[in-house]
Design a protein around this ligand. Structure first.
Ligand SMILES: Nc1ncnc2c1ncn2[C@@H]1O[C@H](COP(=O)(O)OP(=O)(O)O)[C@@H](O)[C@H]1O
Ligand SMILES: [Mg+2]
Length: 268
């Protein structure tokens, strides 16, 4: 793990700073009264939480890595006035969805923060499975304007809204490229005024959906898998992402501290 972190640091140093910051226009307004109450609440069983590694719902020692990540994310986004964070990784299975879900749950335990998490990995959507979502409407139905966000999303506690998929979308690339998608996301932000909007994206190396979506966000978090993702993959991924948006940091997931335990580590 240390070797990987050292290699990432060295690659960054050799490359120098990644150009000027990417700036996106801010969507200003105040939250629509009662808007959050209209989103149906989601009940998550202890079994679903345990099976799907939703460790940060209740807080406590298992949530600590995500609470630390939350603090870091809040500090960096506040310092830069960023509100939209994309989450991606070089390849599939690194833990993007698990990280996004736990980060949202951790943010939800801060009463003064509102968070929206949307599943934009519309080819292989798994956020719904992770939270035991049984609704029929998907994120892409919201983006195609077949249903309102208020009727499609589910509320996790009072201040986290989850927009999940019931299955894969027919043509995710087309949806992501549409100008209307950006407008709908702006409208959602205007109505619900979240402090942070998180987007669970497809892996970088799978297709062009991720790069195309980055025009809509302020920054991106890269999730790497310990002992699987190579320093070269992270470097390639970072270079590509830096052309489109700001790099928030790299999360090193699935670090093995002993034979039975897996954990999370964060390098920024
Ligand atoms: N820290 C971790 N330790 C062990 N397994 C993990 C960890 N994070 C995620 N996983 C597991 O790895 C698999 C892939 O995770 P997922 O979040 O779906 O990845 P991605 O969204 O990047 O494809 C899932 O089975 C998940 O439960
Ligand atoms: Mg995923």
């Amino acid at each position: 793990m240390e070797k990987l972190q050292a290699a990432i640091a060295q690659a960054r140093e050799m490359r120098g700073k990644t150009g000027p910051a990417h700036v996106r226009g801010v969507v200003a307004a105040s939250v629509k009264p009662g808007a959050w109450d209209q989103i149906a609440p989601l009940e998550i069983s202890a079994e679903t939480a345990a099976q799907n590694r939703l460790v940060s719902l209740a807080g406590g020692v298992h949530a600590t890595p995500f609470d630390l990540l939350r603090t870091k994310v809040l500090q960096l986004t506040a310092a830069n006035q960023w509100t939209r964070v994309a989450i991606t990784s070089p390849s599939a299975g690194c833990g993007k969805t698990t990280t996004a879900a736990n980060l949202a749950a951790s943010l939800g335990r801060q009463v003064d923060k509102r968070t929206i998490l949307m599943d934009m990995d519309m080819r292989r959507p798994t956020l719904g499975q992770l939270f035991g979502y049984e609704g029929r409407a998907s994120v892409f139905d919201v983006l195609e304007e077949d249903i309102d966000f208020a009727d499609q999303a589910r509320r996790l506690g009072p201040n986290v809204a989850l927009s999940m998929n019931a299955g894969p979308a027919r043509d995710p690339s087309e949806l992501i490229l549409r100008k209307r998608t950006e407008e709908i996301i702006n409208e959602i932000e205007r109505t619900y005024q979240p402090g942070l909007m998180l987007f669970d994206l497809p892996p970088m190396l799978a297709n062009d959906d991720t790069s195309a979506f980055l025009r809509i966000v302020d920054c991106v978090m890269i999730v790497a898998e310990a002992e699987v993702t190579t320093a070269k993959q992270i470097d390639t991924c970072e270079k590509e992402l830096a052309q489109h948006t700001n790099i928030l940091g790299v999360v090193l997931n699935k670090c093995r501290f002993n034979e039975e335990e897996y954990g999370y580590s964060y390098g920024y």
